[in-house]
Write a protein that binds this ligand. Structure first.
Ligand SMILES: [Zn+2]
Ligand SMILES: [Zn+2]
Length: 212
């Protein structure tokens, strides 16, 4: 069993995803974007315990709600992030560039790596390392639920920006080609911004993915 609750939060309309195995009530937040109290209230309403905060990458708009969530929980949720984004995390997710000073929440405790399996109750998430938008960007694929949390790698009809520190266009294209377009066409893509899409839809219609 697997449930996903999505939120649109913060100054740049970031998607946060509260995910759980309702049988065990164990929950995680994929990108606790902003206003952590809203995510927390939803988990509490459902009787879910947030044990993990999983970051696709360390940009401020994806981690800005972590502090408020952690402050309300004991034990603290375990924060997981790819080590290549630790420098960005320590720099407040680059928020200063945009005039935002966030509470970054607990230190990352778990390092993501390519092929790592994360477990939430009976649900398995496969970590795929997808640099290009940031140095340490990762996506999380749940084969049993036919869904992939893809952060700021690819969106409906477009792709993540590569003009911020750590961005690299060639890497981004390679990450999409090798880590997203190798998933089944019917896989739902739940991105960091904007509406959900599917792998097949983006293979056909994403102008940035043409010729990949
Ligand atoms: Zn980003
Ligand atoms: Zn973003």
């Amino acid at each position: 069993m697997f449930e996903i609750v999505s939120f649109i939060l913060g100054p740049v309309q970031t998607n946060a995803y509260l995910v759980a195995d309702p049988a065990t009530k164990e929950a995680a937040v994929v990108d606790p974007a902003w206003d952590g109290h809203i995510i927390l209230a939803e988990a509490q309403k459902r009787g879910w315990r947030i044990a993990h905060l999983w970051y696709t990458h360390a940009h401020f708009d994806h981690i800005g709600g972590a502090g408020a969530i952690a402050d309300a929980l004991n034990p603290l949720p375990l924060v997981a992030l790819h080590p290549n984004d630790h420098v960005l995390w320590r720099a407040g997710g680059g928020g200063a560039l945009f005039g935002f000073n966030i509470d970054p929440g607990p230190e990352p405790a778990i390092d993501f790596y390519q092929g790592q399996i994360l477990r939430l109750g009976s649900v398995e998430f496969e970590v795929r390392f997808t640099p290009g938008h940031t140095l340490g960007h990762c996506i999380f694929y749940v084969a049993s639920a036919n869904v992939c949390f893809c952060g700021d790698l690819i969106f409906a009809g477009t792709v993540g920006r590569t003009d911020l520190p750590g961005g690299d266009w060639d890497q981004l294209v390679e990450s999409i080609k090798t880590q997203v377009f190798t998933l089944p066409d019917e896989t739902r893509l739940l991105p960091g911004h904007g509406p959900e899409t599917t792998v097949g839809e983006e293979k056909r219609n994403n102008p940035f993915a043409g010729g990949m």
